[in-house]
Design a protein around this ligand. Structure first.
Ligand SMILES: Nc1ncnc2c1ncn2[C@@H]1O[C@H](COP(=O)(O)OP(=O)(O)O)[C@@H](O)[C@H]1O
Ligand SMILES: [Mg+2]
Length: 324
């Protein structure tokens, strides 16, 4: 996998090509500071005499904030957030709704700051590329907001394309058994092949790539994401060795290899479970990461206030009913 393949799989590169086949989205590219110096942040910290405490002024970005809020509104009020490549899938446990559904900028910040996947995008997007000697391409970071869509995990599939040929399809939520996939495997495989040959094949910038699709309850196929063809992308029910080796899957097969979980027996724990007691818990409980703690407490507080307001609204009714 080359650095250029990773560059091509950025949201802002593939979205304009496949816009009509995917979920409505907004991507906000900002000229951000790419140097890693912390000087600005440090100036905002006023160390007090007591070395254990510091007054921290969190930076504010009013223009950016209003742009994001506008986009959230335009997308119906609930969004699914991503960076150039990744969503913070490993951080949903920290959100108050245990979901990646966001309504505000602070929802997005909390998820992003708690996600190792987002950190990967920010710090080492070219980690597993084979052309390490070439200079890293310049990346402009983009906040991607997608209209929230209730996707049923059993409708999600990952498709592997090598030399512009669809060679393999895997159930994406492979730790679960879905009866409907077993019942309709031929139909599903055909629908994906048709979608590929009509809309995807030869339209992308690379001839090797991985695309994710969703087949909705009406049988319509949607593009969800594009990913580099290589180890950074989870090969799910295949192995990268199989997908690249020129063995059974890549050779003499007319239709793609289709793999899905065929019975309850093989059901395994969700792969993201291992992210659930990560650093963030430690950071929050020890106060190690002040910003993260502040975000968390702010959210808690605003939720508390909301529910207090609701309680107040209920008051007259409650008084009138049982108390006396
Ligand atoms: N617009 C959306 N609304 C709700 N859930 C979504 C949306 N897009 C994706 N998802 C869910 O999030 C998962 C990850 O999304 P994806 O864009 O593939 O991110 P990543 O590349 O980080 O895995 C998908 O498998 C799907 O279940
Ligand atoms: Mg992806």
């Amino acid at each position: 996998m080359k650095k250029e393949q990773v560059v091509n799989c950025q949201f802002s590169v593939w979205y304009p090509i496949f816009r009509i086949h995917t979920i409505k989205s907004d991507h906000n590219t900002q000229q951000t500071h790419t140097n890693n110096s912390n000087s600005d942040a440090e100036e905002d910290i006023q160390w007090s005499d007591d070395e254990a405490t510091a007054t921290v002024t969190a930076p504010e970005f009013p223009e950016f904030t209003s742009k994001v809020l506008e986009a959230i509104n335009a997308l119906g009020g609930h969004v699914f957030p991503k960076l150039n490549w990744s969503a913070p899938r490993d951080a949903n446990w920290i959100a108050l709704n245990s979901s990646l559904q966001c309504h505000s900028l602070s929802d997005i910040f909390l998820l992003f700051k708690s996600s190792d996947f987002i950190t990967h995008d920010l710090t080492q997007p070219f980690l597993q590329c084979t052309d390490q000697d070439s200079p890293d391409p310049v990346i402009t970071y983009e906040l991607v907001l997608r209209k929230w869509s209730e996707l049923i995990p059993g409708g999600e599939f990952r498709c592997f394309v090598k030399e512009n040929k669809l060679i393999a399809i895997s159930q994406r939520d492979y730790t679960q058994f879905y009866q409907h996939i077993l019942m309709q495997d031929g139909q599903i495989c055909q629908a994906i092949q048709d979608f590929f040959s009509q809309h995807i094949q030869y339209n992308f910038l690379d001839e090797d790539f991985v695309f994710d699709i969703y087949r909705d309850s009406q049988g319509r196929v949607w593009l969800i994401d594009l990913n580099p063809f290589g180890e950074v992308t989870d090969s799910l029910l295949f192995s990268w060795e199989e997908l690249t080796s020129g063995g059974e899957i890549t050779q003499h097969q007319e239709s793609p290899a289709f793999r899905y979980t065929k019975s309850e027996v093989t059901v395994q724990p969700s792969p993201c479970l291992s992210y659930r007691i990560p650093r963030d818990f430690v950071d929050l409980s020890t106060g190690e990461d002040a910003y993260k703690l502040i975000d968390f407490l702010k959210l808690r507080k605003s939720q508390q206030e909301e529910s207090d307001e609701e309680d107040e609204d209920d008051m007259p009714q409650r008084h009138g009913s049982s108390e006396t």
